[in-house]
Design a protein around this ligand. Structure first.
Ligand code: DGI
Ligand code: FE
Ligand code: FE
Length: 183
């Protein structure tokens, strides 16, 4: 089942599975769905560009994904899980589909996989502990800070920012503000 995954990617996938289950427990999501989506979210990550492009065409995915493995692997991964592995659960498929960009209106499971991907235990960046604690205590805040960081990083590298990423940031910020007003 993990033929497309290299060893390090496999370890990352198990790390996301574990973190997703932890976050599901803390924030009241379905732990089994979190585990499955976490384990398989990067199923298409290690495809080379020609293979990825062939999958994009095969599944009729948007042309702008061609040649862009960073954005394509989540969409292709969801298509493989749906059509090759017979996964029917829409929330699991969307959690995989939007794990790189997030999106406005994302479900709890989608948000949790988006965050777990970045804060799993095998990540090595210096602020990992800060982001993990934030993910445990305030999932929306963690999601927002990750999106802000990603957008700033992509801007700095002059890379195109997906509309879903920008809309997700605005949407989650709005939700944080509304929550604070209610207190
Ligand atoms: O697959 P992982 O490495 O575990 O993590 P990921 O699926 O979040 O992929 C991260 C890559 O995706 C990283 O290089 C940043 C990139 N990315 C995230 N949002 C966007 C993006 N790239 C583009 N071009 N546009 C985005 O909005
Ligand atoms: Fe990924
Ligand atoms: Fe990942």
């Amino acid at each position: 089942m993990h033929e497309h995954l290299k060893e390090s990617r496999y370890r990352h996938s198990l790390g996301v599975e574990e973190m997703a289950v932890r976050l599901a427990g803390l924030h009241g999501a379905d732990a089994e769905k979190a585990a499955f989506a976490g384990r398989y979210h990067d199923i298409a990550k290690n495809m080379d560009i020609p293979e990825m492009d062939a999958q994009i065409r095969k599944y009729g995915l948007p042309e702008h994904l061609l040649g862009n493995n960073a954005l394509a692997h989540s969409k292709v991964g969801a298509a493989i899980l749906e059509h090759e592995f017979g996964v029917k659960d829409a929330d699991i498929l969307n959690a995989v589909r939007y794990h790189t960009t997030a999106r406005k209106g994302m479900s709890l499971l989608e948000e949790l996989i988006f965050v777990a991907d970045v804060v799993e235990d095998n990540r090595t960046y210096s602020d990992l502990d800060y982001y993990q604690q934030l993910a445990y205590s305030d999932l929306d805040r963690a999601c927002y800070e990750i999106l802000e960081y990603t957008i700033g990083d992509l801007k700095g590298k002059n890379r195109e920012i997906d509309t879903d990423t920008l809309e997700a940031r605005d949407w989650v910020l709005q939700r944080i503000k509304e929550k604070n007003n209610g207190k």
